[in-house]
Design a protein around this ligand. Structure first.
Ligand code: GLC
Length: 747
C-alpha cells in the first residue's frame, strides 16, 4: 500500500516537473513569437551581428542604441558590461538585452591545465569541475557565453591548437566535451553563474592539411560521422550545448560557415539542434579570400541561406542582409528562424529577467577551493613517461637539488595558450612551490640558465653544470613558451627550441640523476632528451597551480596517473600518427630492416614490403593511453559474459587489476574493441570506455565494463549507422598497446 502511494507521489512530482518544464518552454516560445512580431527587419538582423568590444567607442554605443548589435565579445569589465547592457535595454527600441561572450577556454582567472592536459587526466569529473569554476568566475563579470569546449579531433601536433583540444580520440573527446559543457552550463542555464557553452570548431579543423592552421581539410562524410562529429553530437544530445561555432577550414572545398549540409541538414534537421550557430572570427567575410564568395554581400547570402545565424565581427550580415531580403536572395523566414534561436538563448540565460551583473557580489576569483581544484586538475593531468630505477618520487636521501631550466619559474608561460584573463602574478611556479613546500629539508640551487625556451645563449651552461655537480638530483624544467602553442602557431619541427637540448646533453655529462619536467602545449619529439633523463614528467601547460602540483608529485605527496590523450611521434616526419588507424594491406610487422642495417646493393624487394619508414620504423615514441605510475599494475583474468552476442546484447567484461608495487596508485583501465572485418576498412582498435581505479599496494580488484553491442555501431559502406555481424576483439589494459585480448562474435 505504502509503495503504491510513494509511487503515485513520485509520479505526480515527475509529472509536475515535466509539466513545469514544458510550460516554461511554451512560455518562452510565446515570448519569442511576441517579441519577433514587434521587431523590424533591421532589428532582427541586429541580433545576428556580434561585435568586438576590445575598445568600446561612441560608434559601438550608437550601434547598440540602433539595435544593430545582438552580442558582444571581448568586453570583460563588469561595470562596462552593465553600461553597454543599459544602453541596449533602456535606449534601444526593442530593449533586447545583449549577451556577452569571451574565450574562457581553461579558466577565467584561476587557470586550469590546457584542455589537452585535462584530457590526460581521463577524468571527466575533474573537467566538469574545472569548467564549473571557470563559469562561476567569468559570470561574475557578466560573461554568459564562452567559446568552449573546443572538441576538434587532433591527430597532428604540428597544429598549435592541439593544445586546446582533447586529443586524437573520438570517445575521449566526447566524454570530455560533455563534461565541459555540463560544467559551463550547470544544471540551469538561467542561473547567473551559468554560461552558454559553444561546441567548436564545426567541423574538421584539426585535420588542417600539414598541421598548418587555417589550411584546408578533405574529410569525406563517412569519416566525419565516424571520427569528427560524435563529440559535437554528444555535446548537443547529452549536454544540451547551447551554441555551435563553425570553423575556418574549408572541408572538401566548402567553408563550414556556408555549408548547408552541416548547418541545416545535419544540425537542424537530423540532430534537431535548437541552439545558436555562430561563425568563427570573421569567417563569413574571409570566404571571399577563400575564393568561395565574390564579395561580402555574396558571403552574407551564402552563409545565411546555409543556416549561419551570428556573424562574428565581419559585419557581412549587418551591412548586407536587409538588401538581400529586399531583393529576395534571402527569405525573411530565414532571418526569423535565426533570430528565434538567438532570442531563445537569451531567454534561457535569463537575460530578459536579469540583464545586469551584480557588482556587489563577493568575488570567488582565486578562491582557495578554486585553487585547490586547479592543483588537483594539474596533478591528474601529468603523465609520467619514464622513471628509471624508481628515482621518483624523490626520497629523504635527496638533500640538495639543482633546479635548472627556462620553465622552472615562468609564470606567464606556465598558464599556456588561450588564457586571456589569467594573471601571471597569481601563478605559483615550480621554483617557488618547491622552496615553499620542501625547502626546510632540501637545499635547492636554482639556475635558470636559459631565459626562455627559445633562448640560444649557452653562456650560463657552466653555472648550471656546477649546480648539478653539487646536487643529489637535477630537476630540469624545459618545453615551450605559451606563444609557441595555440592558434596560428603551427610548427614544422617538434624538437626542443633554443638550446634546451644542448643543455640536457651538458647536464648528462655530470652523471647526476636528471628528472626532466616538460611544459608544452603539444607532443614534442624528445626521444634523445628522454634517453638522457632518468625520469620524465609531461606537465603540459599546467596553469595557475602547476607549481605546487609538480612539487607534490616530485616528492610523492601525490602520485601521477595521467595517460596520453595523443600519440607521441618519434619524428615529425611520421605525422599523422595515431593509434586508431584503419587496417591496411601491408602493416608493419616489427621485422622491418632499418636504414643502417640495409646491406649494400640490397635487392629491390629484399627489405620486405610493409608500411614503415626506413629511417624511423613504424612505432611511436609513446602510444595513446600510455602513462606510468609510482607503482605497478598487473592485468589478468580477462573474461567475457558471452562469446556470441546479438546486436541488442550488453557484453560484460571483467578483468582483474592488481597493484603489484609498493605505493598506492591510480590506474586508468582502458577498454578497446577491434572489428576484424567490416564493410569498410575498420580501425585496428578503438577506445570504447575507461575507468580510473585506485588501489593500495597488493590490493586487487575486478574491474567490470558493460559494453552495449550497439556501441560498436559505425557509419558503414551504405552510409547507415549500424552494428555489422562478425568477429570482434575486446582488449583491456593500461595503454593502447599492452592489452589482454579476447574474441567474440556478433550475430
Ligand atoms: C578565434 C578562434 C576561436 C575563438 C574566436 C573568438 O579566431 O578560432 O576559437 O573562439 O576567434 O576569439
Amino acid at each position: 500500500m505504502m509503495k503504491k502511494l510513494a509511487l503515485r507521489i513520485y509520479s505526480l512530482f515527475v509529472f509536475c516537473g515535466m509539466f513545469g518544464y514544458l510550460s516554461a518552454q511554451h512560455n518562452i516560445e510565446n515570448r519569442i513569437e511576441n517579441m519577433l512580431s514587434k521587431m523590424s527587419l533591421r532589428q532582427k538582423i541586429g541580433q545576428m551581428n556580434q561585435v568586438n568590444a576590445r575598445k568600446p567607442d561612441e560608434r559601438l554605443y550608437q550601434q547598440i542604441r540602433d539595435g544593430e548589435v545582438g552580442s558582444i565579445l571581448n568586453a570583460e569589465d563588469p561595470a562596462l558590461l552593465n553600461q553597454l547592457q543599459k544602453i541596449a535595454v533602456d535606449e534601444s527600441r526593442s530593449g533586447i538585452p545583449l549577451v556577452f561572450a569571451r574565450d574562457v577556454i581553461h579558466g577565467f582567472k584561476t587557470i586550469f591545465p590546457i584542455p589537452l592536459g585535462q584530457a590526460a587526466s581521463f577524468n571527466p569529473q575533474i573537467v566538469e569541475e574545472s569548467s564549473r569554476i571557470a563559469a562561476i568566475e567569468a559570470s561574475e563579470n557578466g560573461i554568459r557565453w564562452t567559446f568552449a569546449p573546443m572538441m576538434d579531433i587532433s591527430r597532428d601536433p604540428r597544429w598549435g591548437r592541439i593544445a586546446e583540444s582533447f586529443g586524437e580520440d573520438t570517445y575521449l573527446s566526447e566524454a570530455m566535451s560533455v563534461a565541459m559543457v555540463k560544467g559551463f552550463q550547470g544544471n540551469d542555464l538561467s542561473n547567473p553563474s551559468s554560461i552558454a557553452a559553444c561546441a567548436k570548431h564545426f567541423i574538421g579543423y584539426g585535420a588542417a592539411e600539414g598541421g598548418r592552421d587555417y589550411n584546408i581539410s578533405n574529410i569525406p562524410e563517412r569519416q566525419l560521422r565516424n571520427i569528427y562529429l560524435p563529440p559535437f553530437e554528444a555535446a548537443i544530445k547529452d549536454a544540451d550545448c547551447a551554441t555551435i561555432m563553425t570553423s575556418f577550414n574549408s572541408n572538401n572545398g566548402i567553408p563550414p560557415s556556408a555549408n548547408k549540409f552541416l548547418l541545416t541538414d545535419l544540425l537542424r534537421n537530423e540532430w534537431k539542434f535548437d541552439g545558436v550557430i555562430v561563425s568563427d572570427w570573421a569567417s563569413i567575410g574571409i570566404m571571399t579570400t577563400q575564393g568561395f564568395c565574390e564579395d561580402k554581400k555574396d558571403a552574407a547570402r551564402k552563409a545565411a541561406n546555409a543556416g549561419m545565424e551570428i556573424d562574428m565581427v565581419s559585419e557581412c550580415f549587418i551591412n548586407n542582409l536587409e538588401q538581400l531580403v529586399k531583393d529576395g536572395s534571402v527569405s525573411e523566414k530565414t532571418i526569423d528562424d535565426a533570430v528565434k534561436n538567438i532570442l531563445r538563448l537569451k531567454y534561457r540565460l535569463g537575460l530578459f529577467d536579469r540583464p545586469y551583473t551584480d557588482l556587489n557580489l563577493q568575488s570567488k576569483k582565486y578562491a582557495i577551493n578554486h585553487l585547490d581544484a586547479a592543483k588537483k586538475a594539474a596533478e591528474e593531468s601529468f603523465v609520467l613517461l619514464k622513471n628509471k630505477n624508481d628515482i621518483l618520487p624523490l626520497g629523504n636521501n635527496i638533500k640538495t637539488v639543482a633546479i635548472i631550466g627556462p620553465m622552472a619559474d615562468a609564470p606567464h608561460d606556465q598558464m599556456g595558450t588561450w588564457c586571456f584573463d589569467g594573471e601571471k602574478e597569481y601563478t605559483q611556479t615550480p621554483l617557488n612551490a618547491l622552496k615553499k613546500q620542501f625547502g626546510k629539508n632540501v637545499n635547492f640551487i636554482y639556475e635558470q640558465t636559459l631565459a626562455f625556451s627559445r633562448d640560444k645563449d649557452t653562456s650560463k651552461f657552466v653555472k648550471a653544470v656546477e649546480a648539478a655537480k653539487k646536487s643529489d638530483a637535477v630537476l630540469l624544467f624545459i618545453g615551450e613558451e605559451s606563444i609557441l602553442s595555440g592558434e596560428a602557431h603551427s610548427l614544422a619541427d617538434l624538437n626542443l627550441v633554443g638550446a634546451q637540448s644542448e643543455l640536457i646533453s651538458e647536464l648528462s655529462k655530470t652523471s647526476k640523476p636528471i628528472i626532466t619536467i616538460v611544459m608544452a602545449g603539444r607532443p614534442l619529439t624528445i626521444e634523445k632528451e628522454i634517453s638522457l633523463s632518468d625520469a620524465v614528467l609531461y606537465a603540459w601547460h599546467p596553469g595557475t597551480m602547476g607549481g605546487p602540483a609538480i612539487a607534490d608529485v616530485l616528492f610523492g605527496k601525490s602520485c601521477p596517473g595521467g595517460k596520453l590523450p595523443v600519440t607521441f611521434p618519434r619524428y615529425v616526419g611520421q605525422i599523422p600518427l595515431y593509434y586508431n588507424y584503419e587496417r591496411i594491406g601491408r602493416p608493419a610487422n616489427k621485422k622491418e630492416v632499418l636504414l643502417n642495417d640495409i646491406p649494400l646493393e640490397a635487392k629491390q624487394s629484399s627489405l620486405g614490403n610493409t608500411s614503415y619508414y626506413l629511417d624511423a620504423g613504424f612505432d611511436a615514441l609513446f602510444a595513446f593511453g600510455y602513462g606510468l605510475s609510482y607503482t605497478t599494475f598487473e592485468y589478468s583474468n580477462l573474461t567475457l559474459s558471452k562469446k556470441n552476442l546479438s546486436k541488442d546484447d550488453v557484453l560484460r567484461i571483467n578483468v582483474t587489476l592488481k597493484n603489484t608495487g609498493k605505493r598506492e596508485g591510480c590506474e586508468v583501465v582502458q577498454l578497446y574493441t577491434s572489428d576484424i572485418t567490416a564493410s569498410i576498412a575498420p580501425p585496428v582498435k578503438e577506445l570504447k570506455d575507461f575507468k580510473r581505479v585506485t588501489l593500495k599496494p597488493g590490493e586487487q580488484q575486478i574491474v567490470t565494463f558493460d559494453l552495449p553491442i550497439q556501441k560498436l555501431a559505425f557509419w558503414n559502406y551504405e552510409m547507415d549507422k549500424v552494428v555489422e555481424s562478425g568477429k570482434f576483439d575486446v582488449m583491456v589494459g593500461g595503454n593502447s598497446v599492452d592489452l589482454l585480448k579476447m574474441r567474440f562474435t556478433v550475430d
